[in-house]
Unconditional design. Structure first.
Length: 110
């Protein structure tokens, strides 16, 4: 619901959706943003790949890795952003790989 920034969290799309739902009493019929699997699957299909051949790299368990889980792609969690190793203990999401940073991920492919 918040977008990280150097000055702290800023309201993100989810916060605005909650505001509109609370004030109008109407819920969104369809949400295309994270963690909707369609955000990845349309590109997987366009590239002619299978979900298991693809990965989502992100720093949020409840959006990035949740989307990877829903889409059936590999979820790569980077700990240089929002999530911490401690967050993994209680998480329902299951990343395929956890790395300290994107730079570390790049070094693993060498």
């Amino acid at each position: 619901m918040v977008c990280p920034s150097p000055d702290g969290g800023l309201p993100d799309t989810g916060a605005y959706m909650a505001l509109f739902e609370a004030t109008t009493g109407v819920s969104a019929a369809h949400v295309t943003g994270k963690p909707n699997a369609g955000m990845i699957l349309h590109k997987v299909e366009e590239l002619g790949l299978e979900p298991g051949q693809c990965a989502m790299v992100g720093d949020r368990l409840y959006t990035d890795i949740e989307m990877a889980d829903r889409a059936g792609v590999h979820g790569v969690l980077v700990l240089s952003g929002e999530a911490t190793r401690e967050d993994l203990v209680a998480a329902t999401q299951n990343p395929s790989l956890v790395v300290g940073s994107v730079a570390e991920l790049c070094c693993r492919s060498c």
